[in-house]
Unconditional design. Structure first.
Length: 567
C-alpha cells in the first residue's frame, strides 16, 4: 500500500516515460492494483512531451524506460525540467554499469523490469519520493538560514561570485548592501530572545517581499542581512533601493505584545571592478555600514561617498528636526507633472518637502524622512505640507484653472486615525475643491497594513480627493487588490522607467503596468523620466503623463510662477 505522497486529499501523479505501449500498460496496472487512494497515471513515449507534462501538471514521480533513446541524456533533460521530482529508471535487463551511471546522474533508483511486481514498484516509488524530500531538506539546511528561511552566508557568497562572473562578461553593475539592526542587543535584553527572533523573521519577510526575482537577500549572521542586486545603473538607483529597505524596516512591528519601531544601518558598495575579491566586496560594504552606524544609525552610507552628510548622533538630528518646524526651516518645492493628453501639457505639480538646515544647507527628504517616519514627526510635517500646497495651488489656479497638486502620503500617515478628519477640516476651512488635491500612496505602504489602508483610502475617496498609487512595480500588489482600491492614478516607479531602452524585462513591465492601469480605468503616469528616448517609448506605450528631470527638477514657488508666466 503506497503512502499519500502528495499529502491528505491530494492524488498522486505518476508519469510514465515509456516508448513501449504494452510495457506502459503493465506498469499502470501494477500501480493501480496497490494504490490506496486517488492515482493519476500519465504516459508519453517522448522525453520532450514529458518535459511539457511536468511543466503543465507536475508529478509525484517519473518512471523512465526508454529503449531507443540515450538513457543518460533523457535523464538529464527530465532532471533539468523538474529538479524536485524523483526519477526511477526501469530497464529491460540487468546492467550494473548503467545502474551506477543513472544513479550518479541523479536518478533515485534503478529497477529491472523482469524483477518487478506491484508491491516492489510501489515501495520503490515511496522510497524515491522520501529520498528526494530528504535531499531537498538537506540542501535547504545547508544553504538556508533555519530561522528566516533566507539564503545563508554560503549561498549568498556563491550568488555574489556568479554575479561578478556575469559582470566580467557583460559589464553589468553589481551592488551589495550590508545591513545591521540598530540596538538589536537591547531588544533581546529587554524583550527576550524570542522577540529578537520574531523581529528577524518579520524583517526577512518584508525584505523578501520587496525584491525582484533576480535579487537576493540573505541572513549573513546574527542580526546582519546582505542584499545582492544586478542591473542598478547608477548610484542614485542604489541609494533609492537602500532608502526603501530602510523604510520597510522602519514600519511598526509587534514584539512581546508591544508595538515597536526599529531602525537599521546600511552600507552600500557599488562594485566597479568585477575582478575584485569577494572578501573585499563584503568588507567594503561592511565598512560603509559601520560608518552609517557611527553617524547615529537609521541611515545608509555609500562606500567612498559623502552622500550622508549628517554629523552627530541620531538623537541630535531628531531634536533639530523637531525644531525645524518651529523655526520655519522647512520648504516646499514643486515638480511639474506633464500630461500627454492635454494640449496645455502642464497638468499639475508634486509638492516635495525640503529642510533648509542652518549648517548643512538645503537637504532632500532622503536625508531626514526616515527619522520623521519613525518618530511620528511625519504626521505634523505632512499636515504642514498639505496646507502649504493647497494654499499655493489656489493662487496658481487663478491663471491656470486646471492645475492640481500632489502630495506623498507615507505609511505612518496612512495609519494615523485622525488623517481623514484633519484633511476634511483643512479642505472645509480653506474653502478648497478636494479634487485639486491628489494624495500619492506608495505601493509598499499598502502592503504593510492592507485592511487599514483600504478603509482610509475609501474615506479619502468619499471626501472627493484624488488618489494615486506611487512607486508601482516595486511591491507585490496583485491586479485583484489594485482593482479593489478606490484610486484614480497609477504612477510607474522610477527604477522601471530608468531601464527603458536598456533591458527588455523592464520594457515589458512598464508595458504591462500601462495596460493594467488602463484596463482598470486608471490614468498612468511615469516617474523619473530623464531622456527623450524614455519619453518616446512611454508615449508609444500609451502612458498618459510623466514627470522627471527631463521636464524640470523640483523648484521653489518662484520657479513655478516663472514657469506659468505669472506672479
Amino acid at each position: 500500500m503506497v503512502m499519500e505522497l502528495f499529502g491528505p486529499g491530494k492524488p498522486a501523479r505518476v508519469l510514465l516515460v515509456e516508448d513501449d505501449a504494452r510495457a506502459a500498460l503493465e506498469l499502470g496496472e501494477m500501480l493501480r492494483s496497490v494504490w490506496s487512494r486517488g492515482l493519476v497515471v500519465g504516459q508519453t513515449p517522448h522525453v520532450s512531451d514529458a518535459v511539457q507534462e511536468l511543466a503543465d501538471h507536475g508529478a509525484t514521480c517519473v518512471l523512465l524506460d526508454l529503449h531507443d533513446q540515450p538513457m543518460l541524456a533523457a535523464l538529464a533533460e527530465l532532471s533539468a525540467a523538474s529538479p524536485a521530482t524523483p526519477i526511477i529508471v526501469v530497464a529491460d535487463g540487468e546492467d550494473d554499469d548503467l545502474g551506477v551511471a543513472v544513479v550518479r546522474a541523479g536518478a533515485q533508483d534503478y529497477l529491472v523490469r523482469a524483477e518487478l511486481n506491484a508491491p516492489r514498484l510501489a515501495r520503490a516509488i515511496s522510497y524515491a519520493v522520501e529520498r528526494k524530500r530528504s535531499e531537498a531538506a538537506l540542501a535547504m539546511q545547508a544553504l538556508h538560514d533555519p530561522l528566516t528561511a533566507l539564503p545563508n552566508r554560503a549561498l549568498f557568497l556563491d550568488r555574489l561570485r556568479g554575479a561578478l562572473d556575469r559582470s566580467r562578461r557583460t559589464g553589468g553593475p553589481v551592488v551589495v548592501l550590508f545591513l545591521d539592526v540598530d540596538d538589536f542587543k537591547q531588544i533581546n535584553d529587554t524583550l527576550g530572545h524570542g522577540a529578537g527572533d520574531r523581529l528577524l523573521v518579520e524583517l526577512a519577510d518584508r525584505f523578501r517581499a520587496m525584491l525582484r526575482p533576480m535579487d537576493t537577500v540573505a541572513r549573513f549572521g546574527g542580526d546582519e542581512f546582505t542584499f545582492l542586486f544586478e542591473g542598478l545603473d547608477s548610484e542614485a538607483e542604489a541609494a533609492l533601493v537602500a532608502q526603501r529597505v530602510t523604510q520597510s524596516a522602519g514600519l511598526p512591528v509587534t514584539l512581546a505584545g508591544q508595538e515597536r519601531t526599529v531602525s537599521i544601518s546600511i552600507g552600500v558598495y557599488i562594485v566597479t571592478d568585477p575582478e575584485e575579491e569577494i572578501d573585499d566586496v563584503i568588507r567594503q560594504a561592511d565598512t560603509a555600514m559601520y560608518r552609517a552606524k557611527e553617524s547615529g544609525g537609521d541611515r545608509f552610507e555609500v562606500f567612498e561617498d559623502v552622500m550622508a552628510r549628517l554629523p552627530g548622533p541620531r538623537t541630535h538630528l531628531e531634536r533639530e528636526l523637531r525644531q525645524a518646524m518651529e523655526r520655519a526651516q522647512l520648504r516646499v518645492h514643486y515638480q511639474p507633472r506633464v500630461s500627454f493628453n492635454d494640449e496645455t501639457g502642464l497638468e499639475g505639480f508634486e509638492a516635495l518637502v525640503r529642510w533648509e538646515h542652518p549648517e548643512l544647507g538645503l537637504m532632500a527628504p532622503i536625508e531626514f524622512m526616515s527619522i520623521a517616519e519613525e518618530t511620528g514627526l511625519i504626521v505634523p510635517i505632512g499636515e504642514w505640507v498639505i496646507h502649504q500646497a493647497l494654499d499655493q495651488v489656489e493662487r496658481w489656479r487663478e491663471s491656470r484653472p486646471g492645475v492640481t497638486i500632489s502630495v506623498n502620503l507615507s505609511a505612518r500617515q496612512l495609519s494615523d486615525p485622525h488623517l481623514v478628519e484633519h484633511l476634511a477640516d483643512e479642505i472645509r476651512e480653506g474653502g478648497h475643491d478636494p479634487a485639486v488635491l491628489c494624495l500619492e500612496v506608495a505601493e509598499g505602504a499598502l502592503e504593510a497594513a492592507p485592511e487599514l489602508a483600504m478603509r482610509q483610502l475609501a474615506a479619502l475617496n468619499e471626501l472627493g480627493i484624488t488618489l494615486a498609487i506611487d512607486d508601482f512595480g516595486t511591491g507585490t500588489s496583485s491586479s485583484i487588490t489594485l482593482s479593489e482600491l478606490p484610486v484614480h492614478i497609477l504612477k510607474i516607479d522610477t527604477t522601471l522607467v530608468s531601464q527603458l531602452g536598456r533591458t527588455e524585462s523592464e520594457f515589458d513591465q512598464v508595458s504591462d503596468a500601462v495596460a493594467l492601469g488602463h484596463q482598470l480605468g486608471l490614468k498612468v503616469v511615469a516617474e523619473g523620466v530623464e531622456t527623450d528616448a524614455q519619453l518616446a517609448q512611454l508615449r508609444r506605450l500609451g502612458c498618459d503623463g510623466a514627470q522627471g528631470f527631463l521636464f524640470s527638477q523640483p523648484m521653489p514657488e518662484e520657479g513655478v510662477y516663472s514657469l506659468l508666466g505669472t506672479r
